[in-house]
Design a binder for this molecule. Structure first.
Ligand code: CP
Ligand code: NVA
Length: 308
């Protein structure tokens, strides 16, 4: 079953095809209204369940719009409103949903919910973010980088801040697409060793550094994310802010990186915390292209999963 659970679980050739296909589909829609259907309607007659156990703007809307553009229909569901949130097992939920829908996208907390859903579903399951990874985001980010700078293979990405779920999927992508990564942040927030080990085992260079300015010099891409993710408690807010303040991406950081460096943030952002508004709205920033490319990348992911 071709699920899309994580970037390291999908073949590198399939990942490349998804990115290229997303680009082709995006180009084919150029200039058309957002609500206009694609010329071919590959999801005609298909029903897609979009399940959210956490908030979402981009993931929710881009999946919903993407399915509709391809001629399919969606059901956007809150985990809390389903029996899933009231004690029904994931396995039973997966088996029941498989009798109604053709594809399941789920955003959840513990990644075992995702993997169990995939194990028991008879239809493909897509990871819309867990506490550990966010693969759809990084597919959009790779697509965005390549639109602006050409092939990402051989480039160097600097991640500044928390070694979180988005950082983890960047490390998976480094291994699969062949780019180097530098993580810069406080030691207690380092990415988990298995994510770093995965990329290194694939032969790319992964460095862990503590000082941001020297680390960004010559980078092709500087990326950061919120200092407190959805699954993290706000009670540790002050401690995390103190730890992460030296890793704010501001004008000096982007100047040290150089004019070739792009800036990315998956959004939502806390402006003037992890990155200044000057950088987010500055000439090196491609944050809204990233957001748009969620739509195109996920359409290609859904077609991959459904063999369409
Ligand atoms: N980047 C991202 O996944 O955004 P949402 O939380 O709004 O879906
Ligand atoms: N790291 C963030 C990403 C949000 C899209 C979170 O998990 O909240």
């Amino acid at each position: 079953m071709p699920h899309f659970l994580d970037i390291h679980k999908t073949d590198a050739a399939d990942l490349r095809h998804i990115i290229d296909h997303a680009r082709t589909m995006k180009d084919a829609r150029a200039g058309r209204p957002r609500g206009a259907a694609d010329d071919d309607l590959p999801l005609d007659g298909r029903m897609v369940a979009l399940i959210f156990e956490k908030p979402s703007t981009r993931t929710r809307i881009s999946f919903d719009v993407g399915v509709r553009q391809m001629g399919g229909q969606t059901m956007v569901l809150s985990g809390a409103d389903m029996q899933l949130g009231h004690g029904e097992t994931i396995a039973d939920t997966a088996r029941v949903l498989s009798r109604y829908v053709d594809l399941i996208m789920i955003r959840t907390f513990d990644e075992t919910v995702l993997t169990e859903m995939a194990e028991y579903a008879d239809v493909p399951v897509i990871n819309g973010l867990t506490d550990r990874t966010h693969p759809c985001q990084i597919m959009a980010d790779v697509m965005t980088f390549e639109e602006h700078r050409g092939p990402i293979a051989g480039k160097r990405v600097v991640w500044s801040g928390d070694g979180n779920n988005v950082c983890a999927s960047f490390l998976h992508a480094a291994g699969q697409f062949g780019f180097d990564m530098t993580f810069v942040g406080p030691e207690v927030l380092d990415p988990e060793p298995d994510f770093v080990g995965y990329a290194r085992d694939k032969g790319v260079k992964v460095e862990i550094k503590r000082d941001l300015i020297p680390a960004v010099e010559g980078a092709d891409l500087v990326v950061t994310d919120t200092w407190i993710s959805m699954h993290q408690s706000q009670t540790a807010r002050e401690r995390r802010h103190n730890l992460l303040r030296p890793y704010q991406v501001d004008r000096h950081v982007m100047e040290a990186a150089g004019p070739q460096a792009l800036f990315m943030h998956c959004l939502p952002a806390h402006r003037n915390e992890e990155a200044t508004s000057e950088v987010m709205d500055g000439p090196q920033s491609v944050i809204f292209d990233e957001a748009e490319n969620r739509l195109h990348a996920q359409k290609a992911i859904m077609r991959h999963c459904l063999g369409l």
